[in-house]
Write a protein that binds this ligand. Structure first.
Ligand SMILES: Cc1ncc(COP(=O)(O)O)c(C=O)c1O
Length: 417
């Protein structure tokens, strides 16, 4: 009774019933991905190519979430009051093992935004007159926070644009130039995988560039973990924020922040937190009562993620991206916002129709794809050269569904006529 160590037999059975992840050519093994897809129940009203907002849970994970939701609302504090601290520590250990770091380097949050804002706002190494850098492809809430540092710390925020088309060299050169032009830079915002275009930033190299210039990076990894296969240490960055409710498949309300060993003193305790000692990462965020059921479902989501395989997921998502991008590139007037360089792209990619750069232009394209072709995408504003339409398949998307997008693209570019 009131024990948080519980396993749902239907969850274990569902995972046991999944075929083994193929060792070769997994990305195009439709039988395997069909079996994975059958774990999901999603609306068929439209072909959903807007899986970037958040990720739906697989049915077996949803069953675990229901289990915990029922119990949290039945047992109330009998379940949580005594058992939660121990359960939370177990959760941190599970999560840290999956991320490839120490449990003492992470704290759970309700999402990436909460984690990023705590890191940016708390960064205490800034002096009036210092510069902080961010770019057009960074997420709006984080760009706002970088601007707000002007009022909070008296710094000079500098915004710049990532070149189009972006390449690894052009991205590295742009940050190198910005750091040279602004030698007082102390903090650089990096988005590992841009929500606007899908561009993947060479974070490790950029962190090294920043370090050499006397600056540190704060990394928004909201979209990357689960879409790409990596562990946090490979980024070689001191401050990173993650989402678990996008590509890990946990319930909404799950994220975490990472502060590398030795860096915690550079982030202020969150609103003067006194629950934890000053050298404890947990004092850098204070969420109050979280959605206990959501957080208790994290291990199940991670287990499914690992059962399918982080590497297999990354390969499949890029395969789906390559499927439509390869054909769309041949259509006149279609600009693809990510390069094919496998180190710079994942599953999500945006396109722009030449000359159609306004919000209204791109809303109209999204509406045409939806209304005439039954395909759901989303317009993104941010890139300095103009708005774009973002296309985000999920691991349950089939190549056949991408053909509907391609039919829509042929129609909106006039290739049909
Ligand atoms: C790059 C990036 N950062 C942060 C966020 C915010 O995530 P959340 O709203 O889950 O906190 C998103 C959401 O799409 C994102 O794409």
């Amino acid at each position: 009774m009131h024990d948080l160590n519980f396993r749902l037999p239907s969850f274990d059975a569902a995972l046991a019933g999944l075929p083994a992840t193929p060792a070769h050519a997994v990305e195009s093994d439709e039988a395997f991905w069909g079996a994975v897809g059958s774990l999901y129940s999603t609306s068929q009203a439209l072909t959903n190519l807007e899986n970037g907002y958040w990720g739906v849970m697989a049915e077996p994970v949803k069953a675990v979430f229901r289990h915990w939701t029922d119990r949290v609302n039945h047992e109330n504090t009998l379940l949580i009051r005594d058992h939660w601290p121990r359960a939370l520590e177990q959760l941190r250990r599970t999560l840290a093992a999956a991320l490839g770091c120490d449990a003492s380097e992470i704290a759970l949050t309700r999402g990436a935004t909460e984690a990023m804002l705590a890191l940016i706002a708390g960064y205490n190494r800034l002096q009036p007159g210092d510069s902080v850098l961010y770019c057009d492809l960074d997420y709006p809430a984080m760009r706002y926070a970088m601007e707000w540092l002007r009022e909070r710390r008296g710094v000079v925020p500098v915004r710049f644009a990532i070149p189009e088309p972006a390449t690894r060299d052009s991205v590295l050169q742009t940050y190198a130039d910005m750091l040279e032009r602004h030698p007082n830079t102390r903090l650089v915002l990096l988005t590992h995988l841009s929500h606007c275009t899908g561009l993947v930033m060479p974070v490790r190299e950029l962190a090294a560039l920043a370090r050499a210039a006397g600056a540190e990076v704060v990394v928004d990894a909201a979209h990357s973990w689960g879409q790409l296969d990596f562990d946090v240490r490979s980024l070689d960055a001191p401050y990173v924020a993650f989402n678990l409710h996008k590509w890990i498949g946990a319930p909404l309300g799950c994220g975490c922040l990472y502060i590398r060993h030795g860096s915690v003193s550079r982030i202020d305790p969150y609103f003067g937190d006194r629950d934890f000692p000053a050298d404890d990462v947990r004092s850098r965020i204070h969420t109050g009562s979280p959605n206990f059921a959501a957080w208790l479902t994290i291990p199940a989501a991670l287990q499914l993620h690992q059962r399918i395989g982080a590497h297999a997921k990354a390969l499949r998502l890029r395969h789906l991206r390559d499927h439509w991008v390869g054909r769309a590139r041949a259509l006149r007037g279609v600009e693809i916002l990510t390069p094919d360089d496998t180190s710079m792209v994942a599953g999500m990619t945006a396109f722009r129709l030449q000359g159609r750069t306004t919000t209204a232009d791109n809303d109209a394209i999204v509406a045409a794809l939806r209304d005439a072709h039954g395909v759901s995408t989303v317009r993104r504003t941010g890139p300095a050269r103009g708005d774009v339409v973002r296309v985000t398949p999920a691991i349950y998307t089939s190549p056949a569904e991408l053909e509907r997008l391609l039919a829509g693209l042929r129609s909106v570019t006039g290739a049909d006529s």
